[in-house]
Design a protein around this ligand. Structure first.
Ligand code: PBG
Length: 326
């Protein structure tokens, strides 16, 4: 007969609730959204069922819904009118993201606007920086990233989130923001961003697949963990306010190690491919979408994430409120 019975604490839901170690909350969630030009546009992204490209009028309604669900913030991506070699619309004063920020800030209270700072959605070649000699040029790109972040901050962004993986971009952005007195604009750095195949559906959504080569010369090798800690450390030294690990699910060990090595809030990005796999299996009736989603989000939190960026955010918020039948 066992003399110790861990099952005793699992005998009822009330007891399980009392000893539960991790509680996912709507406060942990951030919802990524895609802004596009036009009006009345609400175009479903075929590789990401339930996610849309939204023109600004539709995006403002979406932002209200997100706020009403109690989700603290959105992560904003933009689809430009035209793309060029140096991604001009990324830092244009009237670019899609800049317009979207002002419209949301004018209409929706109490919703944090976090902006993705990168060039890849805006460049004709689809890379995250300036190309010369067939390579992404780190130092020349910094200037454009700093300019992009400043334009977002001026339009009213609360947090800028550089996702390009150029070296020293957090420092470049922080000093540009401070130079223009934008001291209160925070930086959420995509610190440990891996060169991942899980971004596939996003690249369709944002039409930003690289036109030649891949991103392995700037995003991290999925095999490396110590290097992630180095990247996080550098971003902290350069002035990051929040550090991020991306993707989340294949990198739960990295989230935990980052958490144990910093006092800053740790964000984890539950990326497009992770979302689409759940959706595809659920649409086929192969898994229970709600239970799988909540298990995934809880595991990301258990690994150490304080903030979870996820396309499941609206569904999860409803499930947490119990307004959606199981
Ligand atoms: C831009 C960017 C990407 C994602 C977020 N910002 C794509 C990439 O790096 O290729 C991926 C998000 C997702 O897959 O959900 N650099």
């Amino acid at each position: 007969m066992p003399n110790i019975r861990p099952r005793r604490l699992r005998t009822s839901e009330t007891l399980r609730r009392m000893v539960r170690e991790t509680a996912l909350s709507v406060d942990d969630l951030v919802y990524p959204v895609f802004a596009c030009h036009g009006s009345g546009v609400r175009e479903e992204i075929s590789s990401m069922p339930g996610q849309y490209r939204l023109s600004i009028d539709e995006l403002v309604k979406e932002a209200q819904e997100v706020r009403d669900l109690g989700i603290p913030g959105i992560l904003l991506f933009g689809l430009p009118e035209t793309k060029d070699e140096c991604g001009s619309e990324a830092y244009a004063e009237n670019g899609i993201v800049q317009q979207a920020i002002s419209a949301i800030k004018a209409d929706v209270d109490d919703l944090l606007v976090i902006t993705d700072v990168c060039l890849c959605e805006y460049t004709s070649h689809g890379h995250c920086g300036i190309i010369s000699d067939g390579c992404v040029q780190n130092d020349e790109t910094l200037e454009l990233l700093a300019e992009t972040a400043l334009s977002h901050a001026r339009a009213g962004a609360d947090i800028v989130a550089p996702s390009d993986m150029m070296d020293a971009r957090v420092r470049a952005i922080r000093s540009r923001l401070d130079e223009y007195d934008m001291y209160d604009t925070a930086i959420m750095a995509y610190s440990a961003k891996y060169a991942s195949a899980f971004y596939g559906p996003f690249r369709e959504a944002a039409e930003c697949a690289p036109q030649f080569g891949d991103r392995k010369a700037y995003q991290m090798d999925p095999a490396n963990a110590r290097e992630a800690l180095k990247e996080v450390e550098l971003d902290i030294q350069e002035g990051a306010d929040v550090v991020m690990v991306k993707p989340a699910l294949s990198y739960l060990d990295i989230i935990r190690q980052v958490k144990d090595n910093t006092d800053l809030p740790v964000a984890a990005y539950n990326v497009s491919g992770e979302y689409s796999m759940v959706k595809a299996a659920a649409l086929n009736g192969w898994i229970d979408e709600q239970r799988v989603t909540m298990e995934i989000l809880t595991s990301i939190k258990r690994a150490g994430a304080d903030i979870i960026l996820t396309y499941h955010a609206k569904d999860a918020a409803r499930w947490l409120q119990g307004t959606c039948p199981p």
